[in-house]
Design a protein around this ligand. Structure first.
Ligand code: ZN
Length: 172
């Protein structure tokens, strides 16, 4: 994205996009690793050399003996106009869609709540926010969906009935 627009005179405007993407990435990583944004940022913070001087970035690095390190990096691209920039426009690769993933989860015919092999159905909610807040009052099924950050749960008939019998209660 940034490389694509570096030819523009106001490439600096991309800082808003970078901030949003960066915050989103850190929040996602923090949730996945059950940590905080501050700790996650500190853990992955790194510096990269650029033609405009060193820049802060976030990076995950796996050192390998006899081979180059495996590196996944976010940021570290100076948001300054590059008149000599060129656009690399690769053909988009199709990404596996969540729908495919759901079909796979359905095909395993295993209840994601009680983990029994059974005839399964999908319990679906409209918003993750409607799962309530984690705590003793949150039903087990809602806690599981919150933890997996999923709006769908593949469940057996008894679990599905139990889900509808124990709705999330919201504090007034
Ligand atoms: Zn079940």
């Amino acid at each position: 994205m940034v490389n694509y627009y570096l030819l523009a005179g106001d490439a600096w405007r991309l800082h808003a996009l970078r901030w949003n993407a960066e915050t989103s990435m850190l929040k996602t990583l923090a949730a996945k690793h059950k940590s905080t944004v501050t700790k996650t940022a500190a853990r992955y913070k790194a510096t990269v050399e650029t033609p405009h001087g060193p820049r802060t970035c976030f990076e995950a690095r796996i050192p390998r003996t006899g081979k180059k390190d495996l590196v996944a990096r976010f940021g570290g691209i100076p948001l300054q106009r590059n008149e000599n920039g060129f656009i690399i426009d690769p053909v988009p690769v199709p990404v596996p869609t969540p729908r495919k993933e759901l079909i796979h989860r359905l095909r395993t015919r295993r209840c994601e709540l009680c983990e029994q092999d059974a005839t399964v159905a999908v319990h679906q909610i409209a918003k993750l926010a409607r799962l309530g807040t984690p705590g003793p009052n949150q039903p087990a099924w809602a806690a599981l969906m919150t933890r997996k950050r999923r709006k769908t749960l593949v469940v057996c008939q008894p679990c599905h009935e139990a889900i509808h019998a124990t709705p999330v209660t919201h504090a007034a």
